[in-house]
Each structure stands twice: as C-alpha cells, then as structure tokens.
Design a protein around this ligand. Structure first.
Ligand SMILES: [Zn+2]
Length: 588
C-alpha cells in the first residue's frame, strides 16, 4: 500500500513538472488591443517621434500624443508602459544566408575572431579531430588569411594527415574558397580531369594534380552539393534557432539572398517554416536560378512569414580570394603574393559573358522577379548595367527593384547610372570593420572609394547596408555604427570619411530603405497607421545616441504582427522538432 502511495506521489510530481514545463515552453501572447506609452516611439515617418501607439489585431491603428491615442483606443486596450525604452520599426536585414549559417553552426570554428596565428588554427583542428565527431563529413568554417596574418593555405598532405579517412572540408570566412582532403575529393567526384566551372577553379599543382583547393563559389558549390544532408527535422530545428538569432539581434524581416546551404529543398524548407505563425523572423527569399520555377508567380502573401520575390546571381567573387572583378589589378604586396597567391597584375574574372547574362536577366525580369547580383568590382557592375539597359528598354518595368550587392569599388558614375536605370544598391560595410586594416594591401589608394555608401545616398539612392551573415556576425547596431564611423575594429583613422552615413541615413538603411528593396514597404519598415506591427524595443533612442555608443544600445525584444517573438531555443515547436529529429536519426 505504502509503495503505491510513493508511486502516486512521484507521479503527481512528474506530471506537475511536465505541466509547468509545458506552460513555460508556451510562448507569451499579447492582447489584440494594446497602447504603448512611456518611452520614445520612433516611427521613421512623419512625425519622427511620438508619445503613444495603438495596435489593433497586429496592425498599427493610431500614433500621436498619449491622451489622444488612449482616448481613441478606449478602455479595452491594454496599456503597455515602455518604462523609458524606445520602440521602432523592427530592423530589416536586406542580405543574409540563414540556412548556411544554421548548418555551419556545428562546424569547427577556425575563424580570425578566435585565432591569431596559423599554429593556433592547426591546433584547434588537431584537437577537434581527436574528439568525438559523429557526423559523416567534418567541416571547419572561418579560415581567414586576412585576419590571421600567417595563414598559408593548407596542403593536401596536411588535410589528409588531419583526417585520413573521413571527408574533411575547410571553408573560408567569406565562403568563396574551400579546402578538401582526398576523401572529400573522392566523395564529390572531382578528379584531375574535371573541367573548371565558370569564374571558378579547382586548385592544381604544376603536374595538374588536385591540391584540394576550391576557388570561388561555383567550385565550392560542387563540394557543398556532395555533403550528405542532415535529417530534415534537424535541419529545420537548426534553421529555426538561426532565425531566432536574427530576432535577438533586432530583426523582424530578413532578405535571403540566395538560399545556399545543404538541404534537400532549401526554398521549400523556408516556405514550410513560414507557415508557422511562431517563426521568429519573416523571410523574403531570392532563390538561385536553378531553384526557381520561372512559370510560377514570384509574389507572396505580405502577411505571411515567407515570400519568394527574386533571384540571385554572382557576377564576380570575393575581394579576399582575388575574385573581385576590379577595373585595375590587385596591388602587388606580400598579402596578395604570399597569402592569396595571386600573380602580379591579377584581375578577378567575370562569371558571365554579356550576351549570356543579358538572356538570364531578361528571363527573370520578364517573369516579374527582382534580380539581385553580387558585384564587388567595377567590371562586374558594368556588365550588369550593360546587360540591363537593352532589357529595360525592351520590357519597361518602372519599379523593378533589381539590385547590386556589396559594391566594394562601384564608381560614382556607375552609382548615377544605376540610379537612372532604377537599380537598388546594398553595401557590405562590415568589410571596413573586419578587414579595413588589410584593405590597402589589396586595393592601395582605392580604399578612398571603398564601399561608397555615402555617395549612393548623395546621388539619391535609398541604399541599404548588410552583414551578409555568416560572412560576418549578426549585429545591425554594429553595421550601422561602422557605416557611420568607418573605423576598422583594430582602430585607426576613418576610411574614406566622406562616405560616412548620418544617424538618420544609417537607420533608414536598416528600416524604410531595406523594406523598399525587399518590396515590402507598403506593410513594413516604418510605423504608420495600417502598417504591420513589426517592432523592435531598444534600451535607448538611437537618434539621441552618439555613433560611438551605438553598439551599446541593447535590443530588448521584437514583435511581429503585434505579438512578442519567442527566441528561446527550448520553445514548444522546437521541442517537438527536436523529438522528430531524434526519431529520424534513430531510423536512418
Ligand atoms: Zn551573400
């Protein structure tokens, strides 16, 4: 009898704990009628700052003085006291790669954020290889010969010694280069006879033997395609966690510029996630050309958390591999010769001929897709604009929103021409923060016009700035700060100070302008009646903050459709997914 009582007692405790846990795992829900008061509400519209905002069923109903808004909302609305915090339109990241970041989360970190020498990087790799590595391929991410000054490329012998049997791949920080051991070369089916893909190459020694190096995106993709896919539920869980990281950073919408990352159907995966109203950020997706069924309409539902809106191309490569198609050669320095192994007078290649790219552009333009193109060097920008001119003349579309991405050395003349042709510009200003100290060794005095986002604003562009995560970490406040200061992480003078943004420009770049580039400005990007209540709460008003202090502003939370976003790893949908992933792994 006594034993039964003990069991009964234990059962009550266990059930109580389960109930408590489920209650905790359930997200908070906000009432459908709310009035925010007690802090600055920065609208990014007219007037810029108001005292109060009424939200009704996820939409902004009214903005103005506290008395006026409270009277209009009536006594049913719950009054939320901001207690001095600032409310703004949620930040919008115009260019990022969530799936790649999610899948790289489990890779060995060899980045320059954590290592100062080649010896340290090799030690990290050796230690990781000695540990327990259950995955079928071993991936390391973040190899960075710019941040780690003595980082010579790994030889095939070194890679094979580190991992004699298991496929092993090191990806560089900018993902434009990779190194594979012999097992990974075998699994991906690349032999000494495999032809180089356009704008890319497989490293070969003087005898034509593969060295294990993969130079530029089209070559790296060969390798990524060979990676075994994770169980679908695990990929979905990792992606949800990744989306929660964007939300923690203050984003409510992200632009996925090329759904890169190993999954059976990356766009389908993002679409599935978006059906769930608890997904932590909205995604506006630009697929790779091969991922898009051109006969289907690009438009999505603005209320949904997923829209397929465009297509992404790469016209050139990364400045840090020799891949940027600059108009003049790379500088001849120790960095370019000894670390990047570029011959004197090296020019980065273009991925397309003019005729071939014009046809690609025409196809997607006519089907109504926003076309976004990775362009770092002047020659890459030139080719895109040359291709666009006849297409736009033959098939006018006033508001096409085609985009040029990164734009390291776009010229003022090209910025003007892009404006005349209706192209949008997005800049990767984090280059200055993370690589500013090395840029003179790559482009010499051209640093004086590197990432010319100030010129873009002066020429009338509603330009944006991005972090291209996983290339650099999520951090909208740091990206804005860098765009205002243009001082590298390692210190020093501002780089091209005339290109610095004002506080207003930096905030517009991450709100109204980014909404415009993603084609969602009617619904998001500013706080105005009728727009969606997608919000970020900050510890202080950025308009009252010096650029030097921007990175100290804390993100206190985000809302989508007037509901608080749940960024916890152990939320109920994530727990369900985790269990499904375990089941899938067990039945493999
Ligand atoms: Zn990118």
């Amino acid at each position: 009898m006594r034993i039964l009582r003990v069991i009964g007692f234990a059962l009550v405790i266990v059930l109580g704990a389960v109930a408590l846990f489920l209650h905790w795992a359930e997200p908070d829900t906000a009432p459908s009628q709310m009035v925010f008061v007690g802090g600055d509400i920065v609208t990014m519209a007219e007037p810029l700052v108001v005292e109060a905002m009424w939200i009704s069923d996820g939409r902004i109903e009214r903005l103005g003085s506290a008395d006026d808004v409270r009277a209009a909302a009536g006594s049913d609305a719950k009054v939320v006291d901001l207690a001095g915090a600032t409310l703004m339109p949620g930040f919008i990241e115009p260019h990022t790669h969530p799936l790649a970041t999610a899948l790289l989360g489990s890779a060995i970190d060899v980045s320059g954020f954590k290592h100062d020498s080649r010896a340290e990087v090799m030690e990290t790799l050796r230690e990781a290889m000695d540990g327990f590595l259950p995955q079928p391929w071993v991936i390391a991410f973040g190899w960075d010969p710019l941040m780690v000054r003595d980082l010579d490329p790994p030889t095939l012998a070194e890679l094979d010694e580190l991992s004699p049997d298991k496929p092993f791949v090191i990806l560089t920080q900018m993902m434009h280069e990779a190194f594979a051991n012999s097992a990974a070369l075998r699994e991906s089916g690349i032999t000494r006879d495999t032809a180089d893909p356009p704008g890319a190459s497989f490293g070969r020694d003087e005898n034509g033997e593969l060295t294990g190096a993969f130079l530029e995106v089209n070559a790296v993709n060969y390798l990524l395609r060979a990676l075994p896919a994770l169980p679908p539920a695990l990929t979905e869980l990792l992606l949800r966690w990744q989306l929660a990281d964007y939300a923690s950073g203050g984003f409510t919408t992200i632009g996925v510029l090329g759904a890169v990352g190993r999954a059976e159907d990356p766009i389908g995966l993002l679409r599935t996630l978006a059906d769930d109203p608890q997904v932590p950020v909205r995604s506006v997706v630009y697929g790779l050309p091969g991922q898009i069924d051109i006969d289907s309409k690009p438009r999505g539902d603005h209320d949904a958390r997923f829209e397929l809106r465009g297509v992404k191309f790469w016209m050139d490569g990364s400045p840090y591999t020799g891949g940027a198609a600059f108009a003049e050669p790379y500088e001849d320095t120790d960095l370019t010769r000894e670390r990047l192994h570029l011959p004197a007078g090296h020019m980065g290649p273009l991925n397309y001929e003019l005729g071939a790219f014009t046809e690609e552009l025409r196809r997607f333009h006519r089907a109504g897709y926003h076309v976004a193109v990775h362009t770092q060097g002047e020659r890459a920008v030139q080719l895109v604009l040359d291709a666009a001119e006849p297409v736009l003349r033959a098939h006018p579309w006033d508001d096409h929103r085609h985009r040029l991405e990164h734009n390291a050395l776009i010229t003022t003349e090209q910025i003007q021409r892009a404006k005349a042709l209706g192209f949008e510009l997005s800049f990767f200003t984090d280059h200055i923060y993370y690589y500013g100290d090395r840029l003179p060794e790559l482009v010499g005095s051209r640093v004086e016009r590197y990432m010319p986002v100030g010129t873009a604003f002066r020429e009338g562009h509603r330009a944006t700035i991005h972090s291209d995560n996983p290339m650099t970490p999520i951090g909208p406040l740091r990206v804005m700060q860098t765009s205002m200061l243009r001082i590298p992480r390692k210190g020093g003078e501002p780089m091209a100070p005339s290109e610095r943004l004002t506080v207003d420009q930096a905030l517009r770049a991450m709100t109204t302008n980014a909404a415009r580039q993603l084609g969602v400005e009617e619904h998001r990007g500013s706080l105005e009646p009728g727009k969606t209540a997608d919000l970020v709460m900050l510890s202080r008003n950025p308009f009252d903050t010096a650029p030097e202090q921007f990175d100290d502003i804390e993100v206190l939370g985000t809302w989508i459709d007037g509901q608080p976003v749940d960024t916890r790893k152990a939320s109920r949908p994530n727990l369900t997914l985790g269990l499904r992933a375990l089941r899938q792994m067990a039945t493999r």
